[in-house]
Design a protein around this ligand. Sequence first.
Ligand code: GUN
Length: 287
Amino acid sequence: MTGVKIDGRIIAQTVKDRVKKAVEELKSQGINPCLATILVGDDTASATYVKNKHKACEEVGIITRDHKLDVNTTQTQLNDIIENLNKDTTTHGILVQLPLPKQLDEFTTTSRISPLKDVDGLTPHNVGLLAMKKAALVACTPSGIIEMFEFHKINLEGKNVVLINRGNLVGKPLYHLLLEKNATVITCHSRTRNLTELCQLADIIISAVGNRAKFTLTSDMIKEGAIVIDVAISRYQDKLVGDTDFEDIIQKASFATPVPGGVGPMTVAMLLKNTITAASLSDQIGR
Ligand code: GUN
């Protein structure tokens, strides 16, 4: 059996088309949606991700403000920039690209962002709302994955889902979103003992490890007809790879995502969606 490729580029474009219309609508109401990004340091991969986010904003008519900060930026300097953007009524979304250089603390930084401008869904306020099924702004990669399931009309109710990640950007928010859809979710991580057995029982596996030297999800680890979402992207033997080899996994899976061209474009599309949500929220509170 050969499964269906879940094409993130195509699905992301459908999201972008909807966002573009919403941007026009907001502009007709006098709101010019604007995303501010903050990139600290000169990590090549992070710089590419931020550049792609700006390009996507431009495609749908969202204005961007680009803050590129020196690798030695202090926590106080970064806090001041976030504080100013929080106060700036023409900025609707704030994104601090992660990871941060070691002198900066991720929690201290992201929790300073106004929850109404938190387009990454990382503030304690929005994380709490997500856990209570009330969030308007949800982390982009997890909501992009849910969008992929919806596009392919994959019903999550009662499905056994194995998540291989427990981080704040992917595993934890996804856990809540999947529970909301009535899936049974098992969250695995580096200390999980029987990962292969758990994967072999799963209807859906969502893998976000990103270290091919240490971990590959292979077709012998999945059951026939399973759905495999590969969230990872890393450089390995001079190639961009995920946690799976698509050509291997698709022989056994009913649906699978490639890398690149799978989850990555969805993360960017959902950031655009969150930015217009934040712009609409700003209108509700009087800009
Ligand atoms: N680094 C990797 N993924 C992300 C993301 O979704 N948001 C931010 N801010 N940084 C990231």
